[in-house]
Design a protein around this ligand. Sequence first.
Ligand SMILES: [Zn+2]
Length: 252
Amino acid sequence: MQLADLNWPKIQALNKDIPVVFPIAAIEQHGGHLPLFTDSMLCGEIVRRVAERLGDRVLFAPLLWLGNSDHHLDFPGTVSAPPRTYLDVLGGLLENFIQHGFKRLVFLNGHGGNEVPGKQTVFEVRQHHRSRGDLLLLFATYWSLGGQPWEQEPSLQQRQMGHACEWETSMILRLAPNLVGPLEQLPEVPFGNAFEPATRGWITKDRTVPGHIGNPRLATAEKGEALFRVFSEDVVALLERVLRWNGKDWNG
Ligand SMILES: [Zn+2]
């Protein structure tokens, strides 16, 4: 069910235990070969597939295309809400829907730069409503839900999400091949190991000249379809858990 299609009396009449999903993504540079809207297109496609499966059991807000992309600002075209601004925007969305009476609120994320502010948002909003025992506030990034796409599609080389990489380029090839630039000349940009397991502050320029991280030359539309299938399945499984939650306990 799509929030944008309903009117307020219909929203008012909904059972407030329905999960509300806020898809969040970005508009930012994706190397010299993928469109700026890559993360929003990919997250939107996963939402489309998941919504088809779950029908009226879940309410989907429209995708928020503005994300925290400060690290990509050296590349033209990138648009970013700075992290503290973004934190307030996400917090405001949750507060709006808590005010409207909803209790199960889920961010479905499609951009790495949104992870820190998104997790901070669900933490802060929970503290703010500490007298409530009936709130479920979740933040989930679609490629981090446990799926191992290479088990479905053994030709996949990559084992983690990169940037405008084998995975993302494959999915855009599946969705909109006309928007994918020539891949033949693109160098492989290794993930590297920046003092792991410590977390290092970085800007994209620290890691890549062309803007991608990974090897886009490995991309195919068939791999893209396999990735969409695995990631959509993971999101459906998560939302089924949210639907099954008993409304009060820690375990879900
Ligand atoms: Zn991306």
